[in-house]
Ligand binder design. Structure first.
Ligand code: ACO
Length: 326
């Protein structure tokens, strides 16, 4: 059986920077509160004329170039996002056109911050069952457009960006070892964007009630995120016969530094083997893991054959992890 090997990876963040100091002038918050509670110092904000697939396009071009293939060779584009350009056509189809990936089937995955892991899980199965040679998996978001800039409990947390990996079918022992995804819809109310769907279609009322923005019960999400990410990390390691000491790089979803530290402690993976960039980008949801993987590789923290553990948690609730022989 061929394995899904990462042959190219790309990332892109918009140029605009919004610092914690800038936020002090927008809502009643402080650099000190945001830094100590989350680890975030600044985040990127897309320009007015940029849409999510523009960010994805930049990241994808890098990934495809590194993989050394042509866009026409891509069989599937799986696009994880909570902030597509529009409800339909899917961001995947819009990106397919921008890339000229004429032979790719394209679709979106809605799994909040776990979207990239969900997309990876699907791509892994397509490759392992022999129905794809090359799959582009994208995580891209412009969360700044769905954040309520008067709500200090959420607006300080999120940022914009995109990451993409090109997975190719290869023989050998490199590639995705295992991906596990989970969900529990009974927690759906704790993290949601209620407006714009069939429940609350756009109306003057939905706008007045701010239903088109992220609503989150941060503290309750936090507790469940810590437990779920810890458990999935341990499960992935144990079921595949590894321990924390075997992991070369932990690449967790970058939502809160305290969640990342809890996972490090439970898995015995030290700080110097954990990739963290939350201070620069905040929570970029589905984009956070591929951006971190891209940066880690660019900066020499990630080398061929390294054992990489990625874990995520997000709206749904959804959570999951992937163990990869890089
Ligand atoms: N500045 C100053 N004070 C603030 C701010 C702020 N930006 N935000 C909240 N506070 C206040 C609160 O009002 C509260 O004040 P009170 O005690 O007087 O009521 C106090 O700070 C503590 O608030 P908590 O919500 O209890 O703070 P907590 O330590 O839980 O941190 C945070 C909040 C950062 C949101 C944390 O709960 C968190 O990271 N949650 C998880 C987020 C996450 O993982 N999301 C999943 C992915 S997102 C996705 O899928 C789209």
């Amino acid at each position: 059986m061929k394995k899904a090997v990462v042959t190219g990876i790309g990332g892109y963040v918009p140029k605009g920077i919004l610092t914690n100091k800038d936020l002090e002038t927008i809502v009643d918050t402080s650099d000190e509160w945001i830094t100590t509670r989350t680890g975030i110092k600044e985040r990127r904000i897309a320009a007015k004329n940029q849409v999510t697939t523009d960010l994805a396009l930049e990241a994808s071009k890098i990934a495809i170039k590194k993989a050394g293939i042509r866009p026409r060779q891509i069989d599937y584009i799986i696009f994880a996002t909570a902030t597509p350009d529009m409800l339909f056509p899917s961001a995947g189809c819009l990106l397919q056109h921008k890339l000229g990936a004429k032979n790719a089937a394209a679709f979106d995955i809605a799994a909040g911050c776990s979207g990239f892991i969900y997309a990876l899980s699907i791509a892994e199965k397509y490759i392992e069952c022999g129905s794809a040679e090359h799959i582009l998996v994208v995580g891209a978001e412009i969360l700044s457009r769905i954040v309520d800039w008067s709500d200090r409990t959420t607006c300080v947390l999120f940022g914009d960006g995109a990451g993409a990996v090109l997975l190719s079918a290869k023989n050998g022992d490199r590639g995705i070892i295992s991906t596990v995804i989970r969900s529990d819809g009974s927690y759906g109310d704790l993290l949601k964007l209620p407006g714009g769907g069939s429940l609350f279609p756009p109306s003057y009322e939905s706008i007045d009630n701010k239903l088109h923005y992220i609503k989150m019960s941060g503290n309750e999400v936090f507790k469940k995120a810590v437990k779920s990410m810890e458990d999935i990390a341990v499960e992935l390691l144990e079921t595949n016969g590894y321990e924390g000491k075997d992991v070369d790089l932990l690449v967790p979803h970058q939502a809160n530094m305290r969640i990342i530290q809890a996972v490090q402690k439970r898995t015995n993976i030290p700080e110097n083997r954990t990739y963290v960039n939350i201070h620069k980008y905040g929570n970029t949801s589905a984009a956070s893991i591929p951006i971190a993987l891209f940066e880690a590789e660019e900066r020499g923290f990630l080398k061929e054959r390294d054992l990489v553990l990625c874990i995520a948690f997000g709206a749904g609730f959804t959570w999951g992890g992937s163990l990869i022989r890089w």
